[in-house]
Structure formats: structure tokens, C-alpha cells
Design a protein around this ligand. Structure first.
Ligand code: GLA
Length: 514
């Protein structure tokens, strides 16, 4: 039979019409893809988002902390976490079990549009089975960070919106700004660098971090050290790849790439393990053992927000520092609430094993210069890690002068092991003291109130040379560590007028190392 061009054309048109009609009939009868089940959103530049969707008619929703609601109408999926400007939205044309989708997040300055893939996954992928944890034991001290680590971390300023060039720029600025000379050493890449695993199971960087080894080489070429970030769970907090079930491989990969520091964040491990002391310690010990096995000196930073009194066992699992609190934010309330709550656990810090009340916000814009001086002084009195969290490339001279104040840094880095103590508290005025090497004593007069305050202490309350364990002597002058000048001491008391939310930091000059 001979088929003419015309009849072929009309056959095609007829078929197309038929298809169109049948697909719209399908959509109308509701036999389009049923979205109920687990889905994974992934993009080349962002972390994973697992969604547990439930579809009823055209209505689609998720459960969880940040529920999404929306519709699947005529094959088009639209989900949103609200109707306000801060809502996260997903849009996709649903075609089967895997299709392109767009996610728009408005997470403060870190929001953005990610074009990726939405794909159906099994519930086992979302809730992997629990793997055994090692029997608890004491890991040997790795001998690192005899004084609290100093460096820079990407999270406070950038969240996960940064890339290889940002990190290189920060290493450059660390050197050119004088921060490196002041003691800052570690450039730490927090959440946002990883993508997934290659065919051999090796963790890989995402499109913004195409070559993690080259990045480490660059940072090393500046005379600095570099840190990386992962989790004992399958994903880190924002959905990027974690180390669950791959602890040894990842530790070896980080070592092979040349990393010197690992921040290991609990995040999705909470969905697999219990938040009990035994599970926490077991999960951290597992990575501690993996790091030890690489034989590379890698500072191990535990981040589980203080759960299970980590300061009591963090060192045993190989930890060099451990977060003692939830996340800091760039506000006076957050900073002072965290900072002043650390005193009671101060004596758990020891050389090589530090309490970490979270990273610095100095220079991020949410506090006044006086508040940032309080932040920096308080962290120094606590012997906390000094991990800057601002943009070093654009910081003001004032920010730089706070972060590089050599006399405050010397308090933080002092080798004397005695912890800070609260000497007195009256209303919103607090006087903190800490013995230093060479019989000197650091004294911080903190005003947590909203008005200027006269804050005093009696010299004999320090029991210099006796009691309290202070070996210090009172000389004719004390040193003001923010004014950088010696000031005379007269009479039985020392008094200073301290600005609102501000601090006066002094050090007894007798025995002070110059
Ligand atoms: C947690 C940590 C933060 C940061 C983020 C990244 O909240 O406490 O310091 O690492 O995760 O998502």
C-alpha cells in the first residue's frame, strides 16, 4: 500500500491529538505520578533535600519542621513553605520518577535558586540502618593545638554560599591583613563543599569546589593550614554529603588531600544514633580512630552542641576541641548568653583539648565595637578557640584591630593551665580573673548592662601571692589591654568606668611577660 505524504501527515496529526487528549484525560482522572513517598532534591551546587511527600487528590504536602504545601496540577508541582518572602519553593514538571526541578530558598543573604533533580528514593536511603559503633576506649592524645586553635571559618559569614575562590581570597587576606602574623593559622571550609560520592564511594567536591586538593595546596602555599567539614550522619546539616558508613575512607581522603583540621558536625546522625553519651562518644570515637589511622596530624573538632556533657569525654574520643553550645548568632543577646554561661565548665579545658563556645562574630555587623571587644575579651578569658567568622577581605581597620589585638590574644594563648573564675558579680557587672604564666593575672571588668557602669574590685580579693592559687604580685601599675598603656594603681581598689555592653581588660604588670 502506498502512503502519501499527506496521509502520513494527517495520521501524525491525528495521533498527536489523540495523545494530547489521552494525557489530559490522564491528568484529569488523577492517574498522573502519585507523589506519595520519599524524594530527593539534588543540584550540582547545593546540598540534598529529602522530602517525604503525601498526595491527596491534587494537594501535596510534607511533614517535618519546615512543612511544605502545594499542588500537583496538570503535571506541574509547586510546593512552598509559606506565602511570605522567606518561603522556600520547589517547582517542577513531573515526568515519571526523576525530573528537573528548581528550588528557591530565601535564607537571609544566603538564599538562591538551585536547578537540580527531583528523584524518587527508597525509605532506606533516607533512614539508613544503624551501623555498629566501636567499643569505647581512650584514644591517645594527638599532640596538636597545645594552645587554643586560631583561624577562620566560612559559616558565620557565608553559610553555604561560597566557593573555592572565596576560600583562596580569605587565605590571601589572612596573610595580607596581618592576621596570620597575629597567630591565625587554620582556614576552615565549613558546610557547602561536598556533593556526593563517585563510583568508588570516594567523597567529592561539588561544582563550586571542583578540586579540594588544589585548594589545600593553595592554602598551604600561603604558609597556612586548612580545615574541612563533615558529619557522622549521612548528610551534614544543610543536606550535603556526610561520612556515615564511610568514616575511614573519608578520613583517608581528607588526609590524602592534605587537610589539617576536621570539624565533625552531628546533624543527621541524630536520625540514626541516640543522643546518649555512649552513642555520641562512639560515633565521635569512630572518626577519631579513622583520623588516627591516617597518621596525618589532623585537628579534630567535635560539633554536637554540648550534648552528653561532651567536655567530660571529648578528649577520650580524640577530640581537640568540642562545641559546648548551640549556634552563636551575630547579636549581643546570643553572644553574651553563650559566653558568660561557660564559666562553670571552664576547668574542663586543658592543653590540646578545648571548650569551644562557637566561632567569632567580630566584624559581621550585628554588634557594636564595644560588644565585639567584649566578645573577643570573653573568648580570650575562657581560653576559647579564636576562629574568625567575618569577611577578612573587606574588614574595617576597627575590626582588624580587635581581631589582632596582641595583648588579648596573648591572654587566650597563655600556657598557664588555671581556669577563669568569677571574682564578683553585682547586677549586670561581672569581674572575671585568670592566672597567667609568670605570676601575672588577667582581669576583665564586664558591663552587661545598657548604661555605663563603674566597676571595682578590691586588690585583696585577689589574694595575690596567696589563696586562690594566684601567684601574682601587685605592681605599681597595671596594663590596660585595649588602650595598650600602663595605668597607675592607687589605693585598695581598682575602679573603671565601663561602657554599656563593654569591657575593661587589665593585666597585673608584675611578672608580665613583655
Ligand atoms: C551547625 C553548626 C554550625 C555550622 C552549621 C552548618 O549548625 O553548629 O557551626 O557548621 O551546622 O550547617
Amino acid at each position: 500500500m502506498k502512503i502519501t505524504r499527506l496521509s502520513l501527515l494527517s495520521t501524525i496529526i491525528a495521533c498527536a491529538l489523540l495523545l494530547c487528549a489521552s494525557s489530559s484525560a490522564l491528568a484529569q482522572t488523577g492517574s498522573q505520578t502519585d507523589m506519595t513517598g520519599y524524594w530527593k532534591f539534588s543540584s550540582p551546587t547545593s546540598g540534598l533535600d529529602y522530602l517525604q511527600l503525601k498526595q491527596t487528590g491534587e494537594a501535596v504536602s510534607t511533614a517535618g519542621r519546615r512543612p511544605l504545601t502545594g499542588t500537583l496540577h496538570a503535571g506541574k508541582l509547586h510546593l512552598a513553605s509559606g506565602t511570605d518572602a522567606n518561603a522556600t519553593t520547589y517547582d517542577a514538571v513531573v515526568k515519571g520518577e526523576k525530573f528537573p526541578a528548581t528550588r528557591i530558598t530565601h535564607d537571609g543573604p544566603w538564599g538562591g535558586t538551585d536547578t537540580g533533580t527531583l528523584e524518587r528514593v527508597t525509605s532506606e536511603e533516607v533512614h539508613p540502618a544503624r551501623l555498629p559503633l566501636p567499643d569505647l576506649r581512650d584514644l591517645p592524645d594527638n599532640g596538636l593545638v597545645r594552645t587554643p586553635p586560631m583561624g577562620w571559618n566560612s559559616w558565620n559569614k557565608f553559610h553555604d554560599r561560597f566557593d573555592d575562590a572565596t576560600v583562596r581570597g580569605m587565605a590571601d587576606a589572612m596573610v595580607s591583613s596581618g592576621m596570620a602574623k597575629a597567630g591565625y593559622t587554620y582556614i576552615i571550609v565549613d558546610e557547602g563543599w561536598s556533593s556526593g560520592r563517585d563510583a568508588n564511594g570516594k567523597i567529592t567536591g561539588n561544582a563550586r569546589f571542583p578540586d579540594m586538593k588544589a585548594l589545600a595546596d593553595y592554602v598551604h602555599s600561603k604558609g597556612l593550614k586548612i580545615g574541612i567539614y563533615s558529619s557522622p550522619g549521612p548528610q551534614v546539616c544543610g543536606g550535603y554529603q556526610g561520612s556515615y558508613g564511610h568514616e575511614e575512607e573519608d578520613a583517608q581522603t581528607f588526609a590524602d588531600w592534605g587537610y589539617d583540621y576536621l570539624k565533625y558536625d552531628w546533624c543527621s546522625a541524630g536520625g540514626i544514633y541516640q543522643s546518649t553519651w555512649a552513642d555520641l562518644e562512639g560515633a565521635y570515637q569512630k572518626m577519631g580512630e579513622a583520623l588516627e589511622k591516617t597518621r596525618r596530624p589532623i585537628v579534630y573538632s567535635l560539633c554536637e552542641y554540648g550534648a552528653g556533657d561532651v567536655w567530660k569525654w571529648g578528649a577520650k574520643s580524640g577530640g581537640n576541641l568540642w562545641r559546648t553550645t548551640g549556634d552563636i548568632s551575630d547579636s549581643w543577646q546570643s553572644m553574651q548568653r553563650i559566653g558568660f554561661a561557660q564559666l562553670e565548665i571552664a576547668n574542663n579545658a586543658q592543653a590540646g583539648h578545648w571548650n569551644d563556645p562557637d566561632m567569632l562574630e567580630v566584624g559581621n555587623g550585628g554588634m557594636t565595637a564595644d560588644e565585639y571587644r567584649t566578645h573577643f575579651s570573653l573568648w580570650a578569658m575562657l581560653r576559647a578557640p579564636l576562629i574568625a567568622g567575618n569577611d577578612l577581605r573587606t574588614m574595617t581597620d576597627e575590626t582588624k584591630s580587635i581581631l589582632t589585638n596582641p595583648e588579648i590574644i596573648a591572654i587566650d594563648q597563655d600556657l598557664e593551665a588555671k581556669p577563669v573564675q568569677l571574682l564578683s558579680q553585682e547586677g549586670t557587672s561581672e569581674v572575671l580573673v585568670r592566672p597567667l604564666t609568670g605570676s601575672a593575672v588577667a582581669i576583665g571588668l564586664f558591663n552587661r548592662g545598657d548604661k555605663p557602669a563603674e566597676i571595682s574590685f578590691r586588690w585583696d580579693s585577689l589574694h595575690l601571692g596567696q589563696g586562690l592559687g594566684f601567684g601574682g604580685m601587685r605592681g605599681p601599675t597595671v596594663r590596660d589591654l585595649w588602650k595598650h598603656e600602663d595605668i597607675p594603681t592607687t589605693g585598695d581598689t581598682f575602679t573603671a568606668t565601663v561602657p554599656p555592653h563593654g569591657v575593661v581588660m587589665i593585666q597585673t604588670t608584675s611578672g608580665r611577660r613583655r
